[in-house]
Ligand binder design. Structure first.
Ligand code: AMP
Length: 367
């Protein structure tokens, strides 16, 4: 079976790596000629809006998926006319825009930070009055890794903040004084079967994920699964979905969701019976879902902007290195390293050793 992927970055690359043992082949549509999934697939290099390229893609594959949510809605709608597209385009439309995303959470009685839409100057003033400060002004679409966001503190000029975002449609969210950030990666098959990975605890710096750790038997797991189940069912979802939450006391506030495999689920490659990548492919191709149980305590450290000394990283016993084949550039995710240990104490020691080796990692490793 041939699977088409919109986007040819590291998520597409890891999907292909998980898919070959299942007998799948891949075609990626990706504008960048140096995209890191291109060497592992048949690559069509064209813009996502290129009609001829979309037609070539849909004609050459059995179904289409995507590795990021900023693909133009028209491209997906066009593909949907000729191919099966998973996850469903309605899920993509909701997740790519923070306003319908937050409204869906609210409708499903999933708690969020207070929020209000900002479309014009009057709307900005009333959003500030409604939500209060401190708050975060975020572009509704195209934001990622902390881009497209400005923190508004009491006394700041909201208009100046909105100017910095280019006065595009935005959402103002109350600033959450969270204890932790956690995410739930889950999967729903074409037959409606669902499975959930253990929660991940995530540490971000400058809006970029630095570290994820799997959480064993976390007391908030049932709450997260209940919220996820509502979303999966409402959207008649097929594939892997990731939901990011803020933990405040014993409550979870949903921040955002990603209708795709997710960076906070990379630890599942070695740390779960079936990885998120394999389960996404199983789900969209109509195969039974694989076991999502953890095989130990896992930690994943992102390699951002600069490579560590590879031989030193590999000298850490049990370190699993994943390099994406991308040129180092400040703020760019170029790889990750995963550790899985039976004993959480041993994991902590190895993680400390690893983070000393990875440029910029130690500031991101909160205990
Ligand atoms: P996002 O792009 O929404 O995932 O935001 C990136 C990061 O900014 C999050 O992982 C948080 O660390 C932080 N952040 C986003 N929204 C809020 C919020 N409402 N309150 C506090 N921190 C936030």
């Amino acid at each position: 079976m041939k699977v088409g992927i919109l986007g040819g970055g590291q998520l597409a690359r890891m999907l292909t790596l998980a898919g070959y043992p299942l007998g799948l082949d891949f075609v990626v549509l990706e504008p960048a000629t140096d995209a890191c999934a291109a060497p592992l697939a048949t690559a069509i290099h064209a813009d996502y809006g290129n009609g001829a390229a979309l037609e070539r893609l849909s004609k050459s594959v059995d179904l289409v998926t995507y590795e990021f949510e900023n693909v133009p809605a028209e491209a997906v709608a066009r593909l949907e006319r000729e191919s099966r597209v998973y996850p469903p385009p309605a899920a993509l439309a909701t997740a790519r825009d923070r306003l319908p995303e937050k409204r869906l959470f609210r409708e499903l009685e999933i708690e969020t930070a207070p929020f209000a839409a900002v479309d014009d100057e009057t709307g900005l003033a009333s959003a500030v009055a409604e939500v209060g400060l401190p708050a975060i002004l975020k572009t509704r679409t195209l934001g990622y890794d902390g881009k497209g966001q400005v923190v508004l503190r009491p006394g700041d000029d909201p208009l100046a903040a909105w100017d910095r975002l280019g006065r595009v449609p935005a959402i103002l969210e109350g600033f959450v004084a969270f204890q932790r950030e956690v995410s739930l990666v889950c999967v729903r098959g074409r037959d409606g079967a669902v499975a959930f990975y253990p929660l991940s605890e995530n540490v971000h710096r400058e809006g970029i994920l630095r570290l994820s750790r799997s959480l064993a038997d976390d007391p908030l797991q049932p709450q997260a699964e209940e919220y996820a189940r509502r979303i999966l069912e409402r959207l008649e979802y097929v594939g892997v979905l990731a939901i990011e939450f803020f933990q405040v006391g014993d409550r979870l506030l949903a921040n955002e969701m990603a209708p795709r495999v997710h960076n906070s689920g990379h630890w599942t490659i070695e740390g779960a019976v079936t990885s998120q990548f394999e389960n996404h492919l199983r789900a969209i191709t109509g195969l039974p879902l694989g076991d999502t149980a953890a095989t130990g305590h896992a930690a994943m450290v992102n390699l951002i902007g600069e490579l560590p000394e590879i031989s030193a990283v590999l000298a850490v016993a049990g370190a699993h290195l994943h390099l994406y084949g991308k040129a180092p550039r400040p703020g760019r995710k170029i790889g990750h390293v995963t550790l899985v240990e039976r004993d959480p104490g041993v994991l902590g020691e190895k993680l400390a050793e690893l983070t000393r080796l990875v440029p910029g990692a130690s500031g991101g490793v909160a205990s």
